[in-house]
Ligand binder design. Structure first.
Ligand code: R5P
Length: 303
């Protein structure tokens, strides 16, 4: 029996491509709001015995989490054999510690919530910092898609003489992978965050950038302040305007506009979150990872 993909509205494009790669059935999921804001979810599919893939990138997780749970539980009630989650962006991974007394360690609480909702999880480059691996946090099968090969290919194709720049120490992990895959040099800056919208980064080594195109790479852009601070540094050093490559384009409020105005040449992101800057498609690697999880379910039910 073909697996059934149930996509949240924002993710319909990517979910459709992943379904085609998987040769899965793209089911119909209705999500509407009552006048008071409560959600009504409806699955218009026959799910008896099916393996269901709920497709929901978890930007805006506070809004989507409960509907996600409604869909997963309803899919089971309608007879699904298994229910997994493809969440290209996995929320709350940055809140992986109690930075001030009394704060919720949301990464942990959210992991417990998702584990209680679905049987497996596929995501793309989760923000791993103090937690070394997603398997250390989740007690269900998880698979992390690495976007580095797709990013590397795009940079090699689109940018002349690129040098990658990671804006902070945390970015070293994916910047090194992308630089390795694209066989190009890279630098990692030092960042100090003094508030949600106050960010300072150290200056890059200008000598290595003189005749190159700087490519700023970050896993998440939220307020845009990290990339803006880095771009401003490059401008002060008289270097060419950078290309910005982003894995998860959260872009809160007017962050995209502010970053464009900071003197960058181009901003491109993966389609892990739907956004006008999307230019790097991840359907194939996500489909491969989902197929891997579905194969495990199949093996687990073999006599
Ligand atoms: C943090 O460590 C992440 O890797 C990003 O650098 C950060 O989330 C970017 O946030 P913002 O766009 O608000 O500066």
């Amino acid at each position: 029996m073909k697996p059934v993909v149930l996509s949240f509205p924002d993710d319909a494009g990517l979910a459709g491509s992943v379904s085609r790669e998987l040769q899965a059935r793209l089911g119909s999921l209705e999500w509407r709001h009552f006048p008071d804001g409560e959600s009504l979810l409806r699955i218009e599919e026959t799910l008896a015995g099916a393996d269901v893939v709920v497709f929901a990138s978890l930007d805006g997780a506070d809004r989507k989490a409960l509907p996600l749970r409604f869909v997963a539980d309803t899919a089971r009630e309608l007879g699904a054999r298994s229910v997994g989650l493809a969440a290209p962006y996995l929320a709350y991974m940055r809140q992986d510690a109690r930075f001030r007394p009394g704060e919720a360690i949301a990464a942990r609480v959210f992991a417990r919530f998702l584990e209680q909702s679905v049987d497996w999880l596929v995501t793309v480059d989760p923000h791993l910092h103090r937690i070394a691996a997603l398997e250390d946090l989740y007690r269900i099968p998880v698979a992390c898609v690495e976007s580095a090969p797709e990013l590397a290919e795009w940079i090699r194709r689109e940018v002349r003489d690129p040098v990658l720049i990671g804006p902070d120490e945390e970015s070293a992990q994916w910047v090194a992978d992308i630089a390795g895959a694209a066989r190009i040099p890279y630098q990692v800056l030092h960042k100090q965050r003094r508030g949600d919208r106050q960010v300072e980064v150290s200056a890059p080594d200008p000598e290595r950038l003189r005749d190159a195109t700087p490519v700023l790479v970050d896993d998440i852009v939220s307020t845009g302040r990290t990339l803006i601070a880095a771009a401003e540094h490059l401008r002060r050093l008289g270097l060419p305007p950078p290309v910005c490559v982003v894995i998860h384009p959260l872009f809160s409020d007017n962050a995209h506009e502010l970053l464009k105005r900071a003197g960058v040449e181009r901003i491109v992101s993966t389609d892990s979150i739907r956004h006008p800057s999307n230019g790097i498609g991840l359907a194939r690697p996500i489909a491969r990872a989902v197929a891997g999880q579905l194969a495990k379910i199949e093996r687990g039910t073999e006599p």
